[in-house]
Design a protein around this ligand. Structure first.
Ligand SMILES: *Cc1c(COP(=O)(O)O)cnc(C)c1O
Length: 392
């Protein structure tokens, strides 16, 4: 049996969790939270990173910090997780979904400008599979139109665009440390602030609307309720667990990249034969092997392959029913322009098992199953398959 994901436990987490317990400081913002924040700051170059209770909560904080008001519009891809949209919907925003590029499954930067209206307040980009959006173009549009750029970099810890860390390019970046991501603390995330201007308010929102962080630094002599806010600090236990992984981030990243490279190498001839499509990594992007996906020629073959792999003990999954066609998407947003790629390509996409420590022989087994499947298609159910496949 080859699972789709094995949540990472590197081995060093326990030692840190035990130390956190022994310190008798278990609530947020202790020794380990600070270490994790500093690690993110030094790796990404942002002015301030704050661990949060989830990637979802980091996005919610971002929406509060840029002061989203009812009726504001936020542009984003429809091919993403519900949290990307919810964060802004919770503040009363309308979501304007824009089509994706078929090569990276990221928002099509060339469609953004036309989707802007006088109500547009922000663009929320999603770096799908840890591969960067075209940030040069997007930042240029945002500057010209005076819009905020929020990076949903939930999948993109350790990824870069032209050498810059994802999450550090837009006004605010959001990481996830959910157990399905490359580095995890069970549930968790981080808010990344490039500039000073959001810092004080971010600390307040994260600390139940109080200036407690300032009080602890000795900057004020009492702490009080100063703004709206919530509780977005993770416990020290979770931060200690995460630290065990962040201190080994390079080894973990290399291991994932090796698995990704092997999948790519072994599946290349199928792509060359026109039987499936592999992910495209633009020249200026260094990715983090968050996922390995393939695209089958159509939805029926994708679903059949999932079933075939399941019979062989391999769990492969698809995801993202495009948000604009989901029940909540219909009421909270609208699709701008034509949906040429979002639905069509999401229906063809299949994610293969990917996790730290995935064995080479398991990758070979998965690839062999895929090969059996596509070659057997010729004769039986999909006599037309190969010819058709040449089209894309
Ligand atoms: C995982 C993920 C999130 C949410 O992160 P959580 O930590 O699970 O709340 C948001 N956006 C994207 C694109 C994600 O992949």
């Amino acid at each position: 049996m080859i699972p789709f994901n094995v949540p990472l436990v590197y081995g060093t987490e326990k030692e840190h969790v035990l130390k956190a317990i022994a310190s008798h400081k278990l609530c947020g913002d202790g020794f380990y939270t600070k270490r994790c924040n500093e690690w993110i700051e030094s790796r990404t170059g942002v002015r301030k990173a704050l661990l949060t209770t989830s990637g979802t909560h980091a996005l919610e904080m971002a929406a509060m910090l840029i002061d989203i008001q009812p009726g504001d519009e936020v542009i984003m891809p429809s091919f993403t997780f519900s949290s990307t949209a919810n964060a802004f919907v919770l503040r009363g925003a309308r979501i304007v979904f824009v089509d994706i590029r078929p090569d990276t499954m990221n928002i099509d930067e060339n469609l953004i400008e036309k989707a802007i209206t006088p109500r547009t307040k922000a663009i929320c980009v999603v770096h799908y599979a840890g591969v960067a959006c075209n940030m040069d173009k997007i930042m240029k549009i945002a500057k010209k139109k005076r819009l905020f750029v929020i990076e949903d970099a939930a999948q993109a810890v350790m990824s870069t665009y032209k050498g810059k860390a994802l999450g550090s390019i837009g006004d605010i970046g959001c990481f996830s440390f959910h157990e399905t991501k490359n580095y995890n603390m069970g549930e968790g995330g981080a808010l990344l602030l490039k500039e000073e201007r959001f810092l004080e308010r971010a600390e307040i929102i994260r600390e139940k609307g109080t200036n407690r962080s300032k009080f602890y630094r000795g900057a004020v002599d009492k702490y009080t309720w100063v703004d709206f806010g919530s509780s977005y600090l993770p416990s020290e236990l979770n931060a200690a667990f995460l630290w065990g992984q962040l201190e080994n981030a390079d080894v973990i990243n290399q291991n994932r990249l090796r698995s990704w490279g092997l999948y790519y190498e072994l599946l290349k001839d199928l792509e060359e034969a026109g039987l499936l499509e592999l992910p495209h990594i633009p020249q200026e992007c260094q990715h983090n092997a968050h996922m390995f996906y393939i695209k089958m020629p159509n939805n029926e073959q994708r679903d059949d392959l999932i079933r075939y792999l399941k019979e062989k003990g391999v769990t492969a999954v698809f995801h993202y029913v495009p948000l604009h066609s989901a029940p909540a998407g219909l009421s909270f947003g609208r699709f701008f322009g034509q949906d040429i790629y979002t639905t069509a390509h999401s229906e063809r996409l299949l994610r293969l098992p990917m996790y730290y420590g995935l064995k080479e022989e398991d990758i070979e087994f998965v690839v062999n199953c895929i090969k059996e499947f596509v070659y057997s298609l010729d004769s039986v159910k999909y006599g037309y398959y190969r010819e058709k496949a040449q089209v894309f």
